[in-house]
Each structure stands twice: as structure tokens, then as C-alpha cells.
Design a protein around this ligand. Structure first.
Ligand code: ATR
Length: 271
């Protein structure tokens, strides 16, 4: 029997998840169908209930519903708990289990696909919204020398750093408090790129040989990829690999097999 999966978000027509999961299914011989659902901004919870009542086997949740999915799940994985957000739902004993695969997706993309050593690195993480919250735990678990969260609204970065202080060496500050600091990796987790902007950070905060990573992805270089190239990044990466890696982790949770991601990233990159 074909099992049904979907991604729910609003907007959703741009989502590449159906393409990615179809490629995983072909590769691993799994019999699944994967659709897009335009979630109702008022009635997201009803949409989810309807999907699972109709026999749905698993859901990915995307913007703007990840925090609401965290509230509606009957139980949570540790990483979903830490992230305060859920991007993967699956039926389990006692109701719906919520997990979050975004952070592990980012860490795997950096570590396995780009061979970037997070351990001992000085990391600057830009933003303090849901995207940043979701990846903080796995980034700190990779044991950086230091992780600085910098946000336009400094108070949010300070609060996030305080919440995560027991997980590793993390500090919060405003974007305007970075002068004189150098980082081996700068990750952009802000929504500035959606307005074709980049966060305002000092020109010299990327260390020699350092890399930049934009959690956003687009077929054209994103504004932050362009910033990285213009500021001497050894590699200026975008979030395509993270997108595929978080999907692979969801697929593994649902189907019990881990698909190969390199071929899927390559296919999407050249498409
Ligand atoms: P998401 O769930 O995608 O993280 P969010 O919770 O709305 O979305 O958070 C958006 C983040 O992008 C915030 O950190 C926001 O900064 P503020 O907290 O100061 O609002 C950041 N952001 C959005 N536009 C930005 C811009 N033009 N420059 C810098 N940061 C920006």
C-alpha cells in the first residue's frame, strides 16, 4: 500500500520537499506519495488532524507553523523540545510525535557535505527567530570554541543565549556589538534575505579562511552568499544541502532507511 506524506506551510507552492522525497523514495524503493498542503492560517491544527485521520503517515511542517506544531504534538523528541519548534510529525503510541530535524540537517550539511569542522570553531549565528532557535542545540553539541548569537534586536539574542547557556559556550549580542570580533563561520539565520537584504555586520568579522552559510536557498546566489563572496569567504554556502539533509532525517524517521543525499543535492543544484 502506498503511504501518504505531505509538507504543510503557507505559502507552500515553492516547496521542494515533494521533489526531494520522491527522489529518496525512488532511490530506496519505498512506496510513498508526498504532497503539498496549503495550511490555513486560522485552522492549521484542523488541517493536521484531518490529514492524519485520513490515514496520513507523516507530515513535514514549515513556515509559519513550526511553533504551533510543537504545541499540538502529543509528545516531543528532545531536539524538538530544545528547539521549541517541530518540523516533522508522525503517529506514535499515545498520539502525534513531534521532532525537529533542522539542526541535524545543518550540522550534517556542514560536517559531512562540506567537511567543515565545527569542533573548536568560532561561530557567529545571525538572527534570533525560529530558524536560529531550531539549530542552536545541534550546533552547540558539535562543540564550537564559541558561539555568538547576534540579532538586530539584541534583547532576543541575549535571551536565547541565556536559555542555552547550559548547552555550551554561547553569548548573545546586537548586530552593532560585533566590531573587533572574528569568526571562522558566519551563519545567516535571519529573514533579511527575503527582502533582498543582508544583516548589517562589520566588513571584517569573517576570519581569514572562514566560511559563510546562508540558511536560505535560492536558485540565484542569495544576498548573503554574495556578501560572503565579496568578503573573502573560502566558501560561501547556501541552505540547499541543509534542506535535503533535514528531509533525509525525516525520511529516516518515517521509513527506517537513510537515503543518500549527495546525489539529490547535485540533481537539485543542476535542475
Ligand atoms: P524565522 O522563523 O524565519 O526565524 P522570525 O521568527 O520572524 O522568522 O525571525 C526573523 C529573524 O530575522 C529575526 O531575528 C529578525 O530580527 P529582529 O528580531 O530584530 O526582528 C531577523 N531579521 C529580519 N529582517 C532583518 C533585517 N533586514 N536585518 C537583520 N535582521 C533581520
Amino acid at each position: 500500500m502506498t503511504d501518504l506524506y505531505a509538507v504543510i506551510g503557507n505559502p507552500i507552492e515553492h516547496s521542494k520537499s515533494p521533489l526531494i522525497h520522491a527522489a529518496f523514495a525512488r532511490q530506496t524503493g519505498q512506496d510513498i506519495r508526498y504532497e503539498r498542503i496549503l495550511g490555513d492560517l486560522e485552522g492549521f491544527e484542523d488541517d493536521v488532524a484531518r490529514f492524519f485521520a485520513a490515514g496520513g503517515a507523516g507530515l513535514n511542517v514549515t513556515v509559519p507553523f513550526k511553533v504551533r506544531a510543537h504545541h499540538l504534538a502529543d509528545s516531543l523528541s528532545q531536539r524538538a523540545c530544545d528547539a521549541g519548534a517541530v518540523n516533522t510529525l508522525l503517529p506514535a503510541a499515545g498520539g502525534l510525535l513531534g521532532d525537529n530535524t533542522d539542526g541535524v540537517g545543518l550540522v550534517r550539511d556542514l560536517g559531512c557535505n562540506h567537511l567543515f569542522s565545527l569542533s573548536g570553531a568560532r561561530i557567529l549565528l545571525l538572527g534570533a527567530g525560529g530558524a536560529v532557535h531550531g539549530v542552536l542545540g545541534p550546533l552547540l553539541a558539535a562543540q564550537p570554541q564559541r558561539l555568538v548569537i547576534a540579532n538586530r534586536t539584541a534583547s532576543k539574542a541575549l535571551e536565547l543565549a541565556k536559555d542555552m547557556a547550559s548547552s555550551g559556550p554561547v553569548l548573545g549580542c546586537g548586530l552593532d556589538q560585533l566590531s573587533g570580533r572574528r569568526f571562522d563561520l558566519i551563519i545567516n539565520g535571519t529573514a533579511a534575505g527575503l527582502e533582498a537584504k543582508v544583516p548589517e555586520i562589520p566588513d571584517d568579522c569573517l576570519a581569514e579562511g572562514g566560511c559563510t552559510y546562508d540558511m536560505l536557498y535560492s536558485s540565484e546566489p542569495t544576498p548573503f552568499v554574495t556578501w560572503g563572496r565579496a568578503h573573502g569567504a573560502a566558501r560561501a554556502l547556501d541552505g540547499l544541502g541543509m534542506l535535503v539533509e533535514q528531509a533525509a532525517e525525516s525520511f529516516r524517521l518515517w521509513r527506517g532507511v537513510r537515503p543518500d543525499t549527495a546525489s539529490v543535492i547535485e540533481a537539485l543544484r543542476t535542475a
